[in-house]
Write a protein that binds this ligand. Structure first.
Ligand code: AMP
Length: 284
């Protein structure tokens, strides 16, 4: 199905055209366009081609955000970060040449299974932690990590996608963004925030992977907001979850961002050591 080299490996500066690709089945529809599986004709390399209509980008005034997303993602090269190999455009559309994630959205897998086993959850959390450590090293804060933005490749390896809300930063940020359920208290309050927002999200995701729903879910946004601010955390009796997992979650969902467990400490946490597959491979 694929050759060894991805399309930009031999010539990173190559200019791409739509004619360079054979377009296959649609993979999904996002807010700003559609995604298709495609094959680069010369190398036979299979990619995902994201088609975005310029008119819509302009209407929503997100040209800068898209450009930032493209620039950030092009410079990231990690096994758990979805690669952006390149982009091109015609009069109406922008095309993003993305790594193909054969197993699609992690969210669908979570809904299908209701909740993950400790082994599967810990493997995803370790993959995410490693990807975030890599991003933080490059001064990138993702800020919009949620199951819908996580994809799975043919081996079930987790890939962070969608850098639309991420920022390249050396200092604390003040802007308000993201989906409420996954937001850290300092973001909900629009206070300055830094890398530790992604650590908070790791706590939310650990909980959601193990219980099937995020911890501060409520009827209204206002109630979710209140629950986040109080760190109103409780662990249901079913499904049964280990004490080590609850310990990790308690160490991440800490209001004071400076007291949250560091990414290095997550990697070394007993729950991760005991359950995670360090290869990141998670077969169905
Ligand atoms: P998006 O516009 O990024 O929200 O993508 C819309 C849908 O297309 C997603 O929900 C995925 O199901 C699918 N999709 C996006 N990117 C990829 C990819 N690189 N590989 C496989 N499926 C993808």
């Amino acid at each position: 199905m694929t050759s060894q080299n991805h399309p930009t490996e031999d010539n990173p500066k190559r200019q791409w055209l739509l004619q360079d690709f054979e377009i296959g089945k649609p993979l999904g529809k996002g807010k700003f366009g559609r995604v298709y599986v495609a094959r680069e004709i010369k190398s036979k390399y299979v990619v995902a081609l994201k088609v975005i209509f310029k008119e819509q980008i302009e209407k929503c005034r997100i040209q800068h955000q898209l450009r930032r997303e493209m620039e950030i993602q092009t410079n990231l090269n990690h096994p758990n970060v979805l690669r952006l190999y390149g982009w091109f455009h015609d009069a109406e559309r922008v095309f993003l040449i993305l790594e193909y994630a054969h197993n699609g959205e992690l969210y669908k897998e979570l809904k299908r299974k209701d909740h993950f086993s400790e082994k599967q959850a810990a493997t995803y959390i370790l993959s995410l932690t490693k990807a975030l450590a890599y991003c933080h090293e490059k001064n990138v804060i993702h800020r919009d990590i949620k199951p819908e933005n996580l994809l799975l490749d043919h081996e079930g390896r987790l890939k962070i996608a969608d850098f639309g809300w991420s920022v390249q930063s050396r200092s604390k940020r003040h802007t308000m963004c993201g989906t409420l359920d996954y937001l850290a208290p300092e973001m909900v309050e629009s206070k300055a925030h830094d890398y530790a927002v992604d650590n908070w999200t790791l706590g939310i995701l650990s909980y959601e992977f193990l219980y099937g729903a995020p911890p501060f879910e409520a009827e209204s946004q206002a109630d979710t907001f209140k629950r986040i601010m109080k760190v109103d955390l409780s662990f249901p009796s079913t499904p049964s979850v280990s004490l080590e997992a609850k310990h990790l979650i308690n160490q991440l969902l800490v209001k004071d961002s400076t007291k949250r467990l560091s990414l290095q400490k997550i990697v070394e946490h007993p729950w991760i050591i005991k359950n995670a597959d360090p290869t990141g491979i998670c077969k169905k």
